[in-house]
Design a protein around this ligand. Sequence first.
Ligand code: SF4
Ligand code: SF4
Length: 249
Amino acid sequence: MPIHEKSLIRPENLIEHKDLFIDGIDVSGHWSTFINSRALTDYDESMQEEIAALPGGENIHRCWQCGSCTNACTVNALNPDFNPRYWIYLIRNGMKQELLLDKDIVWQCVSCNKCTYACPRDVNPEGVMKATAHWLELKGHTEKKPSMIFDEGFSQQIIETGKIEDGLVIRQFFARTGQKLAQNWLVAMAIGLAKRLPVAMGIKMGFAAVFHPRTRGWSRARAAIKDYVHEREAANRKALGLPTGEDGR
Ligand code: SF4
Ligand code: SF4
């Protein structure tokens, strides 16, 4: 069959013939490219259910494949392979092997939520991207990605202190991901901020960077949040049939 948009087909599924004669007719050349036929036998019927059980993935079943999410997506504009609509299609059809081909870019969602506002079915595609990235990690298909490392550091600081100190979040993130702190963009931003920031605010930020202040009377809230996080993580693992760590199960 003729192929109108070759870029949408993986190169390994294309068959091109430099020299091809059919019934004595020369059909060599670019236009006679064929798509490799294939039979899918490895459907994973539990994949949609498992991703729907993770926070953010709850409404994946509502998707009607209109493509508005991908159309609005910030990352898709930079990298056409980042395609929320397509991944939701794969998940809903249990096409795990196809999804795994893109496992190293799913985490790149920047949580801008443009897709969420564009979606006519309230699927929350941003949440589905997060749930999918989380699923890939919990199932051992990918190692912990930078977005997860950032989220963990951010949450950990809120849970421990009841406050966010941006400088500490960034320093810890760079340390945990093996990156140098003196990034060019960060230095430029710090210089720009130093020029514009009111002196009182600069002093306040410097104080926070050194003393890491905590919210007063935070201990009860901290204990309650830790219990909730622990419960939630156990529930996520249970939904995926993984050991929860409780009672050795
Ligand atoms: S939240 Fe993620 S998936 Fe949605 S538009 Fe932004 S980058 Fe794309
Ligand atoms: S915008 Fe919503 S309904 Fe449309 S493809 Fe994306 S997730 Fe599905």
